[in-house]
Ligand binder design. Structure first.
Ligand SMILES: [Zn+2]
Length: 237
C-alpha cells in the first residue's frame, strides 16, 4: 500500500490542527463528484483556506486506487460531523453518479481501512459509513436511496466489510465436528436458523464475535454465523 502525502496548509477551514485525541471509528465517504481525481478533491479542500467551507478528510482514494493523505491522523478533519472528534475519515472517488467505486479504489480502500483498524486496535465493526453517523446518503453506493433498498445497501456494505476483514488477516478455516451445525442469521442461539453445515466440511470464517461467552464465527459466504464451541467446530491449521 502506497500513501502519498499531500498535506493541506494549516488553516481554520480545512486543517485547523485540532488534536484528534482518540480514534474509535474509521468513516468511509464518497466524494459526490463523478470522475474527479483524488488530487482535485485535495485541492478543493486546500482552497477553502482563503475563507470557505469547513471541509476536509484525512485520506482521499482516487480512481486508480492512489491514496493521498491530506490531514495527519493526529489531527481532526471536518468530514464526518459529530464523529469528527473520534474518527479517521476516508473519501473515495468514483467514475459516475451511482457512486460505485472502481475495483482499484475498492481494493485500496479495503487495504487502508484494514491498516487503520489494526493500527488503532479496532474491529471491522468500527468501520462505519457517513450514513451511519448522520443518515446522509454517503457513501452513496452503500446507502439506501430511491434506487436501492436498505437491504441491498447493507448487503453491499457487508461485502465490503468482509473484504476489509480478509485484508486484516482475520480469516481462518474450520472443520465441522457436529453432525449438523446450524447457521444463524446473527450471533446467539436466539437468532433464526438460515442453513446447516455437515460434519467434516471445511469453511472459511472471516470474523469472530463473543456472545454470551460463546465464540461465533461469520461464514465467508455471508450467509450467517456458526458457533465455534470446540464440540461443534475445530480450527484447521
Ligand atoms: Zn460523507
Amino acid at each position: 500500500m502506497k500513501i502519498t502525502d499531500a498535506l493541506l496548509t494549516p488553516n481554520k477551514y480545512s486543517r485547523p490542527q485540532i488534536p484528534l485525541k482518540s480514534v474509535k471509528k474509521v468513516v468511509l465517504h464518497y466524494v459526490g463528484n463523478p470522475k474527479s481525481s483524488a488530487m482535485a478533491n485535495r485541492n478543493y479542500f486546500e482552497n477553502q483556506k482563503n475563507g470557505g467551507r469547513y471541509v476536509s478528510s484525512h485520506y482521499i482514494i482516487g480512481l486508480e486506487g492512489e491514496i493521498l493523505r491530506c490531514i495527519p491522523e493526529s489531527e481532526v478533519a471536518y468530514c464526518s460531523n459529530q464523529a469528527n472528534t473520534y474518527s479517521i475519515s476516508i473519501e473515495c472517488c468514483h467514475p459516475d453518479a451511482t457512486g460505485k467505486f472502481t475495483d482499484a479504489t475498492t481494493a485500496s480502500a479495503a487495504e487502508l481501512c484494514a491498516y487503520l483498524l489494526k493500527k488503532y486496535g479496532l474491529t471491522v465493526d468500527d468501520l462505519i459509513r457517513h450514513y451511519d453517523v448522520t443518515g446522509k446518503q454517503c457513501p452513496l453506493w452503500f446507502a439506501p436511496t430511491k434506487y436501492q433498498s436498505e437491504a441491498v445497501a447493507n448487503a453491499r456494505w457487508a461485502g465490503f466489510k468482509a473484504l476489509v476483514s480478509q485484508k486484516m488477516g482475520n480469516e481462518f478455516l474450520i472443520r465441522v465436528k457436529d453432525e449438523e451445525l446450524n447457521i444463524r442469521a446473527d450471533v446467539g442461539i436466539g437468532s433464526a436458523v438460515v442453513g446447516k453445515l455437515k460434519k467434516g466440511e471445511v469453511y472459511t470464517i472471516t470474523e469472530v464475535k463473543i456472545y454470551g461467552k460463546v465464540p461465533w464465527g461469520r461464514l465467508k459466504s455471508g450467509v450467517g454465523w456458526v458457533s465455534l464451541l470446540p464440540k461443534y467446530a475445530e480450527r484447521v491449521v
